[in-house]
Each structure stands twice: as C-alpha cells, then as structure tokens.
Design a protein around this ligand. Structure first.
Ligand SMILES: *Cc1c(COP(=O)(O)O)cnc(C)c1O
Length: 375
C-alpha cells in the first residue's frame, strides 16, 4: 500500500521504554502493569505490547476481551487482564487464551460459573472493588463473601483484587485516602489472598511512590505514553517523562493573499494584511478537531496559527514568506528539535492528552522509531 499523504503519527519506542523503566523504578516493590487498552491510547497496541514484551514486560491490561485477544499472540507468557465487564457468554475465549477477566458483581460471577460448566479449564479473574469511583465493582461485604463462597467450584482461579482511584490526579489526597481505607477494609475480608492486589493508576503510582501499602502491582497508562495525568502530578517533580507520540505533516500548498481575503468554510477568517497562507493535509477526519482552530502549529520552526475552520482533511495556517511546500509541520510532540506539548494542545481545546491521543483516526499511519530509525 502506498502512503502518499505526509501526515503520520511518530511513536518513539525508546521514550516509551524509558518511561516504563522510570515508573517501574519509582516503585521497586511493585510490578508495573502496562495499560494497552484502546489500541494503547491510540498509539497502536500490537507494536507497543510486542516491544514491551520483548523488553521483559509480562503484565498487560486492556479494556475489552477483543483487545486482549488481539494481543495474545504478541504477549504469550503474560497476564492480560480485561478491565471492563466481559459478557459471561464469551468466557470460553478468555479461558482458552489464558486471559484474566474482571468480576464486577455476584450476578456476573454466577452467570460466568454457569458458562464455565461447558468449558474445559479454569478462568482467572480479578475481583473489582467499589471504593469511590462508582463505575463497576461492588462494595457490599455480603455480596463479596457470597462470591468468595463460590470459589469452591474449582472452575476459577482468584488471581487478583483491585479498585481504581477516581481523583488521584487531583490536588489533595482526601478522596484517595477514603478510597484506600475502603480498599484495605474490603481486601481484608478475603482470607485467601490472590496473587495481585492493585489500586494505582499512573497518578497514584507517581503520587504514592514512597508509600508502603497492601498492593503489589500498579497499572500504568498515560504516563507510559509520556504524559502526566495532570499538572498536579507533574508538579510533584518525581520523574521526567519523555514524549512518545508526535503528530507531523508537511505543507502541501502556499499562497500570498491580499488583505481582506476570506479563508475556509464559514469565512470565519479574513486576512488582516497581505498574508501568506499554507495548507496542511490534516483535518477533523484525522482527529485534529475543529475546536483546535486558532492553535499555533510549528511549521519549519515557525509558530503558525490555524486560521479559518479546520476542514475534514485539510487546514490552513498563517505563515511567513519563508514557508514553502514540503516544509515540516509539527502538531504536537517532538520533531526536528521542535516541541509542542500535547498537554498544551489538549488544554487549548479544553480536553486532556488521553482524549487527543484516542481521537487520532485510523487514517493516520502510525510509524515506530527505535534509535531514530523507523521500524
Ligand atoms: C485506564 C485505566 C488505567 C490507566 O489510567 P492512567 O490514568 O492512564 O494511568 C488504570 N486502571 C483502570 C481500571 C483503567 O481503566
């Protein structure tokens, strides 16, 4: 397949691995599980999981069973945990492929046990405790003990118990402490301890790196991909993450326009004087959304404002007379010694890096680099 368009997402695998090691070393007592859900936050989970696996990572998590199945050939000898709720009808796929599932409730566990009667082999599962996020999981002691009392069936293996911080990226620790206390109390109910106990996401992992607690694993998502979960976490200054993803393109058209010329759909911009306008082949169908209008991209080292509406496949920027067709464009990340933080790009649009990454459409090729060489 040809790749004619110069727009692509550069993924720096060295930076990814460095981030992984920094996070792992921050908590020497804990296993660092790599969250590769949603196609590794849009960066491409096949290549990323493969690279981490080759560098010794053996614990992964996805959001869905489909995502876990897609990775199973890549990360053979690993724990792959599905974090969301899996339909009990499909547990046979989890058992057959040694994928661990999340148990969100007694009802789920009972239905799953029924399905398991038809399946050879055991299901590995992690119980999800509700401690304050109020998404999935249970906090009812009676319900948890009912689940516990169903373990005897022999069709399951109690591999883990976990919960999830909902405000670990926030300014204070009050709600984390409340969740931690709930977690400790509920974990205590289980006489039989599973292999893994975990509650921390990237924010918790960084914030509580000095803490001695009942957990032996942390789940690392966004920090692996080079972003702090929030400025509060960045301010702790505990580690310097390296940018992993850079969205780049090239100028495809430049023209000089007289003062008063209208640009793009809805004629929302009019040149203020004689201006040079460059066109770049990236638009909202690539995930560069209309709300980015006005943001300044880096074109051959120059800050160039997006003027007029972002189109589906292209956008226009105001530039100097020095800009020419073929010049490099950086939307966010790091390229040719230029930098635009994805957090700034996200903040401009009133969102977070997570959403920026996940919005980058399939049409944008992902290219992977080790030592600055394309894979
Ligand atoms: C997405 C997710 C994570 C990772 O969160 P980050 O903020 O990206 O580190 C961890 N645990 C669960 C349950 C998640 O859904």
């Amino acid at each position: 397949m040809i790749n004619d368009r110069p727009t692509y997402l550069r993924v720096n695998l060295d930076a990814l691995l460095n981030n992984y090691k920094k996070l792992r070393d921050l908590n020497p007592g804990k296993i660092a599980l790599a969250i590769v859900k949603a196609d590794s936050y849009g960066l491409g989970s096949k290549v990323i999981a493969d690279y981490l696996y080759k560098n010794g990572v053996r614990h992964f998590a996805t959001a869905t069973l489909e995502e876990a199945l897609e990775l199973k050939d890549v990360v053979k000898e690993s724990m792959v945990l599905v974090l969301g709720v899996t339909n009990p009808k499909n547990v046979k796929y989890a058992v057959k492929n040694n994928i661990s599932l999340t148990c969100p409730s007694k009802e789920w566990f009972e239905e799953t046990l029924k399905e398991l009667e038809k399946v050879d082999g055991k299901l590995k599962f992690h119980i999800k405790l509700e401690t304050g996020m109020n998404r999935i999981g249970t906090s009812e002691e009676k319900e948890l003990m009912d689940i516990y009392n169903l373990f005897y069936s022999g069709k399951t293996e109690f591999e883990g118990i976990f919960s999830h911080y909902s405000n670990a990226d926030g300014e204070d620790n009050e709600y984390d402490d409340y969740q931690t206390a709930n977690f400790n109390r509920l974990v205590e109910l289980f006489k039989l301890k599973p292999k893994y106990t975990h509650i921390e996401n990237s924010a918790g992992t960084i914030k509580y790196s000095d803490r001695d607690d009942i957990c032996n694993l942390s789940r690392i998502g966004i920090a692996l991909y080079g972003c702090y979960p929030s400025s509060n976490i960045e301010k702790l200054n505990k580690l310097s993450l390296e940018p992993v993803a850079s969205l780049v393109s090239k100028v495809t058209h430049v023209k000089k326009l007289p003062k008063g010329t209208k640009i793009g759909y809805g004629i929302s911009y009019e040149t203020q004087e004689d201006e040079y306008i460059a066109t770049i082949p990236i638009g909202y169908a690539d995930g560069l959304l209309r709300r980015a209008q006005g943001f300044k991209l880096n074109v051959a080292g120059e800050e160039c404002e997006i003027v007029g509406r972002v189109c589906m496949d292209q956008l226009m920027v105001r530039c100097s007379e020095n800009i020419k067709v073929g010049d490099d464009v950086l939307v966010f990340g790091e390229y040719n010694n230029q930098q635009i933080s994805v957090d700034d790009f996200a903040a401009y649009q009133n969102t977070i890096s997570y959403e920026v990454f996940c919005c980058i459409n399939k049409r944008v090729p992902r290219k992977y680099y080790i030592n600055n060489m394309e894979l």
